[in-house]
Design a protein around this ligand. Structure first.
Ligand code: ARG
Length: 260
């Protein structure tokens, strides 16, 4: 019977090891290769970085992630989620990377690891063409729309009290487009969102809205991976470096952003 007990103990230990591995949220590059796909989570409401064109999700971040999947030798699977659930998707193992025009900031660095930056951005202010708002100082008694969980949300909500300008009130939307619609119907006075999506919204509605000249922040976009995913992060950084050196990153970007 001693032998049986030993086998039982061994089986128990094996089972625990398997379930522990199953719970682990970090997949190594080898795990991803075994699975045959890289799962990239994003929020496809952010033209030109990720947006829907017909039924398809396209954009700079999709092309960039495709390059990473190619380098690893697997398929790319794009998972379209709410922006404010992207970090937890990484933490729970539902995604391997997040590419979502995500700003690498100190708060997020506590929960995820970021690649080298691949794009410089800022927070822009959109107002209606006939607005009396001419700069950030005019927002003090105005209602501003933001996308939930973004750096624009953080800036306007100003929980840490560090924002240079304060706003009268904040309305949060799950999609930037919903904020822009409310701006155009006069429900809110301004929208604070990243400069390139802001530019796209204006291009699509040039008679109704405009972007102000003053930027509120300077930010850098980077790809996020689960904390401690060292080999995946190295792989992602190697691809970004290669794309920068070869000029391919600029090529990808110029397909979506016209240089004016
Ligand atoms: N850069 C901003 C941030 O990191 C906004 C990103 C929004 N991205 C998106 N795919 N909706 O908070």
């Amino acid at each position: 019977m001693k032998k049986l007990a030993k086998i039982a103990a061994f089986a128990m230990a094996a089972l625990m090891a398997v379930s522990a591995a199953g719970c682990s949220s970090t997949r190594t590059v080898a795990d991803i290769q075994k699975d045959g796909k890289l799962i990239m989570a994003t929020n496809a409401e952010f033209e030109p970085f990720e947006y829907k064109d017909g039924g398809e999700i396209v954009g700079i971040d999709i092309d960039l992630s495709q390059k990473i999947a190619d380098a690893i030798g697997v398929e790319l699977e794009v998972s379209d989620l709410a922006f404010d659930s992207l970090i937890s998707a990484l933490q729970s193992g539902k995604a391997d990377i997040v590419a979502a025009g995500m700003t690498a900031d100190a708060e997020r660095r506590e929960s995820v690891d970021f690649s080298e930056p691949y794009f410089n951005a800022s927070q822009a202010i959109i107002v209606s063409v006939d607005s009396d708002i001419t700069g950030p100082e005019d927002l003090a008694d105005k209602t501003v729309g933001v996308q939930l969980g973004t750096t624009g949300d953080q800036y306007c909500t100003n929980e840490d009290g560090e924002s240079e300008y304060t706003v009268g009130g904040v309305t949060r939307y799950s999609k930037g487009m919903e904020a822009v619609s409310d701006l155009m119907t006069g429900r809110i006075d301004a929208v604070v969102i990243d400069n390139f999506p802001a530019q796209k919204f204006v291009e699509n509605n040039p008679d109704a809205i405009k972007v102000l000249d003053t930027a509120l922040t300077e930010e850098e976009y980077a790809i996020a991976v689960p904390k401690g995913s060292t080999d995946l992060l190295e792989q992602v950084n190697a691809v970004i470096q290669e794309l920068k050196d070869s000029g391919e990153l600029d090529q990808i970007i110029s397909q979506y952003i016209s240089a004016e």
